[in-house]
Design a protein around this ligand. Structure first.
Ligand code: FE2
Ligand code: FE2
Length: 193
């Protein structure tokens, strides 16, 4: 049976209560990779008119990156770059960036956060938007990295005839990358005291 703290207001919680909460919270935190993968799978069957569904697009982007020899962190960024399509229809890159932020470098974070505007060059003009919106980002030190991500992995990953690896290939990589946060104010939850 699980042990629960008994306070009614957080301000009344004690060191003893947190002795009960911390290990159980750490256990919950440790299951984050599984929750992220489950959430990504919500994109299964969502075509929105695209040649492949949004889930396959994510897998295909990650497949291209892994085949190209990219490291774990980069492959996870590729896999999750559009995970925000579920809850962030109007700002999907920011959602992916928020999920990845504790685990990835500044360069990869910027790349994911801005991939939407950079990719927009390839279609914004078809939906009444300015395809050159990305010009405003051109001087940024991580712009070229983002351009390369879009050109090599995100943009070609709409190919219904291309071989796409399954989530089983990527799951251990997600677990490796999301096992330990590089930066988070809540890091102590999973650290030994
Ligand atoms: Fe995207
Ligand atoms: Fe994409």
């Amino acid at each position: 049976m699980m042990t629960l703290a008994t306070f009614k207001r957080m301000q009344d919680s004690t060191q003893e209560d947190w002795g009960i909460i911390k290990p159980q919270a750490a256990e919950y935190f440790s299951k984050l990779p599984g929750r992220v993968i489950a959430h990504l799978s919500l994109l299964q069957g969502e075509f929105s008119g695209f040649p492949i569904d949004r889930y396959q697009h994510c897998l295909q982007t990650a497949t291209l990156a892994l085949k190209d020899g990219r490291d774990d962190e980069y492959v996870v960024c590729a896999l999750l770059h559009d995970i925000g399509d579920t809850l962030g229809s109007y700002n999907h890159p920011e959602i992916a960036a928020a999920i990845l932020k504790p685990f990835v470098s500044e360069a990869n974070l910027w790349m994911i956060e801005h991939h939407g505007i950079v990719q927009g060059h390839n279609f914004f003009h078809h939906i009444g938007m300015d395809r050159n919106m990305r010009e405003q980002l051109k001087e940024h030190p991580h712009y070229q990295r983002t351009l390369e991500f879009v050109d090599l992995y995100d943009d070609p990953a709409f190919d219904a005839s291309s071989q796409t690896w399954s989530i089983d290939v990527f799951e251990p990589i997600v677990r490796r990358v999301m096992n330990t946060p590089k930066r988070s104010i809540y890091k102590t939850i999973t650290e030994a005291v």
